[in-house]
Design a protein. Sequence first.
Length: 237
Amino acid sequence: MDIGTSNTDWSVTELEAAVDAYLKMLKLEENGQKLNKAHENRTLRAGALAGRTESSVEFRMLNISTVLERMGKQRINGYKSAPHVGSNVENSIRDVLASRGILAGDESIPTADDDTLERRAVALQKQKMKQPPKGILKPKRAPNSGSVYVRDPEVRAWVRNVAEGHCEGCDRPAPFQKLGLPYLEVHHVKPLAKKGSDRTTNAVALCPNCHQRCHHATDKDDYTESLYLKIGRLIRE
């Protein structure tokens, strides 16, 4: 089944339109009301999804069902889950769902897998947490790994949100956006390998250049010291 008139990637605007239509139909079904999938398909293709084929819109709805099932959420009975959903598509759908207040039950659970950590952090960023999370005082290494640690997605999300799209090192705007958010990397000022915590008091949001400076520059120790002096929430551990 095709996924577009020219098999091109869907834009965020297109995914948002598809998700909104899906959630509208899901609410109707949950309330015991009649839904007309064909009508919604035509409406989408007459508006936000102009240029997409009927089958591509249908297939995207199946994708949304798959993602909702994987998140432990209810799906529309008439849209069975697609057998395969690409990771980029799934992450994009999850981002749109998160912006609509729909999160998987495990989004705040710490993990050692960086892709999962990033996905959860992005979802949490869009929820705009008001209070700093507790984080992990003594992060543990992942099983069968000597260098990968279990980390808290809430810490990554909160630190990025506090930075408000600017590097906390050089104060410049994030160099680009990823998944609709300014791209900043979260650095542990005292490394986890040296018994640093995974807490907001030991984490900063940096642009890629400043992050690499912390690890590889000749003045990395002096630069790290400057972060302690500049950022009030940091605590020497």
